[in-house]
Design a protein around this ligand. Structure first.
Ligand code: OAD
Length: 248
């Protein structure tokens, strides 16, 4: 593993443009459970019953009670971990241009990354289903579920539900960045949800080196990934950043 990390760090140091694609696994060490795999949210609840836009619109109170309120409590308690801090350090060193994240927890920005594409939106903002007014999630009155706007309409988080489109600008920019990077770090994603999962394929087919960090294999492992750094994101990122710093 030491040698792999050293070689991956050398590629990262030599890259003119690099990008990270992150998923729920990068926030596991911050106390936010993933969706799939051991302890995953979708083991406990059916995403089609609670995370599909039709389910939300049919019964917002149920989805707020079972899913969104709990997400708020978990995200409120979470702070960036060593992996988020590692990506912020890489950006500070000029070794990382952009983070494309499938996460809605805001932890990359909290760690200090400034160019972050929130592919599935953000939990930090809400918008009213009726009048469209937006507000910070921190400001909404949670004493009544579902929370309501001053116009009486129900709030929804500014996240992408199943059945909704990725914001077109986010998708277009992510594709472009992926097609033009030299190195893509793929951290903590099962790489199973489209269209985010296509970014490593776009990068690889344009000639980029793909560095995957995950304790478990994914569909990218052995096919798309040039380096497979097996382990929890925080520990592996610490070692990778140290190696990049040593490479100068
Ligand atoms: P998943 O929950 O599908 O996958 C989490 C990945 O993180 C798995 O590959 C785990 O092996 C890995 N993992 C677990 N612990 C880890 C750790 N400590 N360090 C690094 N990796 C670890 O999450 P995503 O791929 O992000 O979409 O899921 C994609 C989308 O599916 C989410 O954005 C969400 C979900 O449905 C929407 O809500 C639209």
């Amino acid at each position: 593993m030491d040698d792999l990390i050293k070689r991956a760090a050398a590629d990262l140091s030599a890259a003119a443009r690099s990008v990270a694609l992150t998923g729920a696994g990068i926030s596991v060490e911050s106390g936010i459970p993933p969706f799939r795999g051991k302890g995953g949210l979708w083991e406990k609840i059916d995403p089609m019953e609670f995370a599909h836009i039709d389910a939300f619109l049919a019964d917002p109170e149920k989805v707020w009670t079972v899913l969104i309120r709990e997400m708020k409590e978990i995200i409120d308690r979470a702070a960036p971990n060593a992996a988020h801090r590692g990506l912020a350090r890489l950006a500070e060193l000029g070794r990382l241009n952009t983070v494309i994240t499938q996460n809605v927890d805001g932890l990359h920005q909290a760690a200090g990354n400034t160019d972050v594409i929130e592919f599935h939106g953000t939990f930090a903002r809400q918008r009213c289903l009726d009048c469209g007014t937006g507000c910070d999630t921190a400001e909404i009155d949670m004493s009544v579920i579902p929370p309501r706007c001053h116009c009486g309409g129900i709030y929804r988080p500014d996240c992408v539900f199943f059945g909704e489109m990725i914001p077109p600008g986010h998708l277009a920019r992510s594709r472009e960045i992926s097609a033009n990077c030299d190195v893509m770090l793929v951290i903590g994603t099962s790489a199973t949800v489209q269209p985010a999962a296509m970014m490593p394929y776009i990068a690889r087919s344009a000639g980029a080196t793909v560095i995957e960090i995950n304790p478990e294999p994914t569909p990218l492992t052995g096919d798309i990934s040039d380096y497979i750094l097996t382990g929890p994101a925080g520990e592996v990122m610490d070692r990778l950043v140290t190696a990049v710093e040593a490479a100068g």
